[in-house]
Design a protein around this ligand. Structure first.
Ligand code: 5GP
Ligand code: MN
Length: 348
């Protein structure tokens, strides 16, 4: 990978070498790639490098990647939402910070102030647009890759103790990397590069059980999720300009008894319709709607999310927020705000 230069490998290796307490983090609402990449790096740093390491996340979705944090790993994962004091303490005590799967500490939301206050060297390993390079000592940033997990895979493969042999990666690292790449590519349906298939091939050859991972990710849902999905699809709106949108209210979530992470993947479904070029999914949260956007080639989900929803992400997969007080005056106005935004954007 072009961004993994010999000079950067040595600097990364050196930073790890001299660190005594490492903290790893990723974006809020950690998804499969965020949990996968942090988990993979955690196992490498502890098992191969013998480093005292913690993963601190603001929160995570309750979706398909939960299996990556088995009971005996729970101590090493700290979540700000249920353990804010401990999360702050770990960050303050770390002498190396590594951020994965997001382009800035601002994407860690509640954790951001603690990272900003830390004097430890900071490293970024990410695949989003617009990395905030000034926040870091060392940056590995590449957008033409499937996932942070893939970028991390090639970085770990370049480390002297792995030396290009995927069999030397800890077992859990291999599983976590395969999982992060699989969820971010939607099981090989987007953002797949030759390097992505090569990574999958090398991990398979190293003994990673992909069938078990697929079953853990995609065949492990509660019935409620599918019922809610059916409800949303039956109510989906498709505009004449080729945008589809679905809105999940708090009330719907109570009716179907589903948690926020269980809606992961819903936003992709409307793209199955021939004339739909962009899909928007809104889920009500406290004081705002969380917005997910997906688009087909030629339409920019990233620009739509950045322009209308204070967000960003990738060209064809992005997200943001719609605040009640700022952007819309009441929950009911969400539809007209969205329709206006779609109309304006798709007629540009
Ligand atoms: P998702 O729709 O799966 O939550 O997010 C899709 C992509 O958009 C991810 O790469 C995620 O990092 C990015 N994204 C989601 N929400 C936000 C946001 O509020 N701000 C920014 N900058 N990116 C976001
Ligand atoms: Mn990612």
């Amino acid at each position: 990978m072009a961004v993994i230069t010999e000079e950067k490998i040595q600097r990364f290796n050196h930073l790890v070498e001299k660190a005594e307490k490492i903290v790893i983090s990723a974006h809020v609402h950690a998804d499969g790639d965020a949990v996968g990449s942090t988990s993979a790096l955690f196992h490498y740093l502890t098992e191969v490098r013998g480093k005292s390491t913690s993963v601190v996340l603001a929160d995570r979705d309750a979706g398909g990647s939960s299996f990556l944090i088995p009971e005996d790993d729970k101590n090493h994962f700290t979540f700000y939402w249920n353990n804010p004091g401990e999360a702050a303490r770990i960050i303050a005590g770390a002498d190396l910070v590594i951020l994965l799967d997001c382009n800035s500490f601002s994407r860690t939301e509640d954790l951001c102030e603690f990272f900003t206050e830390s004097y430890a060297p900071k490293v970024l390993i990410d695949h989003h647009l617009d990395p905030q390079e000034n926040e870091f000592e060392l940056v590995f940033s590449q957008t033409d890759t499937s996932s942070a997990s893939e970028l991390l895979f090639y970085l770990l493969m370049a480390m002297p103790d792995i030396a290009g042999d995927a069999r030397k990666l800890p077992r859990q690292s291999g599983i976590a990397l395969m999982t992060g790449m699989t969820t971010d590519t939607n099981n090989f349906s987007n953002s797949v590069y030759p390097s992505t298939l090569e990574m999958a091939s090398l991990l398979l050859a190293a003994g990673v059980d992909r069938d078990a991972i697929l079953s853990d990710i995609y065949q492990n849902y509660r019935e409620n999720r599918l019922r809610a999905m059916g409800f949303l699809l039956s109510k989906m709106t498709i505009t004449p300009e080729g945008a589809a949108y679905m809105i999940l209210t708090r009330k719907n979530m109570i009716t179907f008894d589903i948690a926020e992470g269980e809606t992961e993947g819903f936003v992709n479904l409307p793209l199955a319709v021939k004339n739909v070029r962009m899909s928007v999914f809104l889920r009500q949260d406290n004081g705002f709607f969380r917005v997910s956007v997906r688009s087909k080639k030629g339409t920019s989900a990233q620009r739509f999310a950045a322009t209308y929803f204070n967000g960003g992400g990738h060209e064809n997969a992005a997200g943001g927020k719609l605040f009640f007080s700022d952007d819309i005056s009441s929950v009911k106005d969400v539809v007209s705000y969205l329709e206006n935004a779609l109309n304006e954007f798709l007629h540009e």
